[in-house]
Structure formats: C-alpha cells, structure tokens
Design a protein around this ligand. Sequence first.
Ligand SMILES: [Fe+2]
Length: 250
Amino acid sequence: MVDIHTHILFEVDDGAESREESLMMCQIAQENNIDAIITTSHFVDVRTAREYVSTRQDRIDSLKEEAARRFGVQLYPGAEVHITQSMLELEDFSPFTLNHSRYLLAEFPFRLDHPQIILDQVDQLFDRGVVPVLAHPERLIYLQKDYGLVNELNDMGALFQVTLSSLAGNFGREALWLSMAMVQANMVDCLASDAHRPVGHRGIDLLDQAVYIRPSLPDYLMHRMLVETPTQILNNQAISSRRVDPIFRR
Ligand SMILES: [Fe+2]
C-alpha cells in the first residue's frame, strides 16, 4: 500500500519528534503492509519554500536507506500545502507536489468566512498546472455544513483524500458522516493515515484502523482507495475513471 499523507519526517512540524520515532513509524507501516510513504510535512509559509525543500531532503537522506533496509519502506518527497491567497502566489508548485507528480496535496483552512472561495482557489490550482488532492475534506467545517460544495469540487475534477481515522469517528460526528457519505458515493480517491505518530488515532497503522470500515465496504473499493489510486498518484499516472453519485446531507 501507498500512504500519500504522512508527517513522518522528524523535527519538521508537529509530526515525528525524533529520528527514532520516524523509524518506529516505518516499522508500524511495514506491519500494516505499507511499502511506500510520501512525506507530506506541513508547508504553510510561502516565504520558506527554499528552506522547506532543503530540510525535507536532509531528513529523507537521513532515513531513506535504513527505512528501506530494515523495513522495506520507500520514502518519497511531497508536502501538505496550506492554501491561502499568498500561497497561490508561489512561483513554482512542482517541488511541492506528491513525488514530483502532477498531484498536489492541498490543505484548505478548517474554517472560512466565505467558503465559496475554495472553488476559485481550486480553479487557480488547475490553472497553475497541478491537480489538487484535497487533504481530509471531511474535517473542513464549511464542507460538513454544505455537501453541495463537495459535489461542486468533485465536478471540477478535484480529488479527495479522506483520513482513515475520520471513518472511525476520531474527528467527531460531522467528519464521520461526511466521510461515510463520500465513501459510499465512490467519491473518495485515497484513504491515507495523516499520521503524526506510530499508533493511535494519529497513527500510521492503516490496516488496524481499516477494521472499522472494512466489513461495510466491498473489497474492490477498499483496494481502489488504499492501493490503486495512491499508486497512480505516486507514479504520476492518470486516475482510473470513477462513477460518482452526488452526496446529500442528512
Ligand atoms: Fe496532515
């Protein structure tokens, strides 16, 4: 499996706090059948672009060989890019996409005074030549309140990464309902861990977390969200077409 959203690099953000913890996360990943991890530390300040890339390289260099040798886990560069108007002025998004693909893991603010702006910003990202993969849309308050916006984003061609532990209820009822509605409508492209720690509700133990939903979902759908589409993203391939029904708020 490929995990496209992780905070596994140590001493960069609020993820792994030490090199040992990063390696512990690789071990838990291996135990959960994850063999490829895209590192997506938070990238929030457009002025720190250069520093971000060099720190990321430094951490990956420090971990890469040991992660592969001891745990059979490959590490790839990426970023969780916090989208604001100033971030959209970034000159070049290519160093920040998922493994240098066309896909950008885009995190929008949890609250927005004018939620419609998200449509315009997603449009701007497409204009800049990247395909936005929305990080944990199910946790954004304005999407929880307005499923119509989710349908519009989907119609625009945005992709969706749902955090698996949302489906276990770890981010509250609203996140659980929205993520369930999206999964059932076949709207979720990737399930990822958004892991900050080895285990627990911010853990990288994806298979252990998947027990919460596996009985209620067909295997082919689990496979598409956990293996097929994340692999296509990692390899910069087109995403196989999906049939999507609109979702409705209860
Ligand atoms: Fe994250």
